[in-house]
Structure formats: C-alpha cells, structure tokens
Design a protein around this ligand. Structure first.
Ligand SMILES: [Zn+2]
Length: 158
C-alpha cells in the first residue's frame, strides 16, 4: 500500500495542479482515511491530497463539527469578504492574513460518488477555500503582500 506522509514547503508537489478523480473507489476512500489520520495527528482542521504527495482533487476538513470530505470540489459562487490569519500544516510557523469569500456554494462528490451541493460559511467556508487552493498549487504565502513575503519565507528557514 502507498505510504502517505505530510509534505512541507518547498516540496514541488505543493505547487502542482491536481487532477480530477475519475472514479470514487476504495483507493480514494483509503486516501481519505489516511489523510484524516494525518490531519488529526497534526491537529489540523483541513488537508488536501497534494499535502500528502497525491495529485488528486480530494480535500478534507474538520473544524470540530465532524469530518467533511470532498472529491472534485468546485466553488460555484461566493459572497462577501473576510480577513483572517491562516496557518497551514505544510508551512509550519507561518501565519498569513488571507482575504476570502465569507460564504461559498460548493459542488462536489461525496465518498459514495454522489454529487452534492453545499452552502458553507464561517470557518468551514474558509477552510474549504484554503484546501481548494492547494488543489491548484496555491499557498497562503501567495496572499502575503510582496513587502512581507521575504520575511515570511525567511521565517521558514529554507
Ligand atoms: Zn494548507
């Protein structure tokens, strides 16, 4: 069985674009299970497949209200805007103030390959937007103003 482990910046996999999942099979359900173990072990509230080295459009989140998993998530529309300091398991000790939509309408497949649509707000909306960014190779440091980016990167000690 494939071994999944948390990837850290500047691992190039974090900058790659993930591919849509074609079949939601046991391999995908296994991936979700492994990802949730990694997320909970690291006290994270969200994780995307590229963060464990797999370029599939799979994300998970748990803000303390139970595990959410989404396959091929797509933001259909969003409303409002909101700033909050975010961290990322792949960028330890890095915090960036990120502007995001307050609420989003997301379409995705669940782990039984059923198409679903959900309207999310608050922290769940934010986490899901953060994780979908990962599927497109986007990281929180990309939201830091250019003047602060060097500082952020030097804190990473790379
Ligand atoms: Zn992240």
């Amino acid at each position: 069985m494939k071994k999944y482990e948390l990837k850290f910046y500047p691992d190039p996999v974090l900058r790659m674009i993930s591919s849509p999942v074609r079949r939601v099979n046991n391999t995908i359900r296994q991936l979700i299970k492994k990802m949730s173990n990694i997320m909970y072990n690291n006290k994270g509230i969200g994780l995307a497949a590229p963060q464990v080295g797999t370029l599939e459009r799979v994300i998970i989140a748990d803000i303390g209200e139970g595990l959410i998993s989404m396959i091929n998530p797509e933001i259909l529309t969003g409303f409002g805007e909101d700033y909050l300091e975010e961290g990322c398991l792949s960028l330890p000790e890095t915090v960036v103030n990120v502007k995001r939509k307050q609420s989003v309408f997301v379409r995705y497949l669940d782990k039984n390959e059923k198409e679903k649509e959900s309207e999310l707000d608050g922290l769940t909306s934010r986490v899901i937007q953060h994780e979908i960014d990962h599927l497109n190779g986007i990281l929180i440091i990309d939201y830091a103003p250019v003047s602060e980016r060097l500082n952020v990167l030097s804190n990473l000690k790379i």
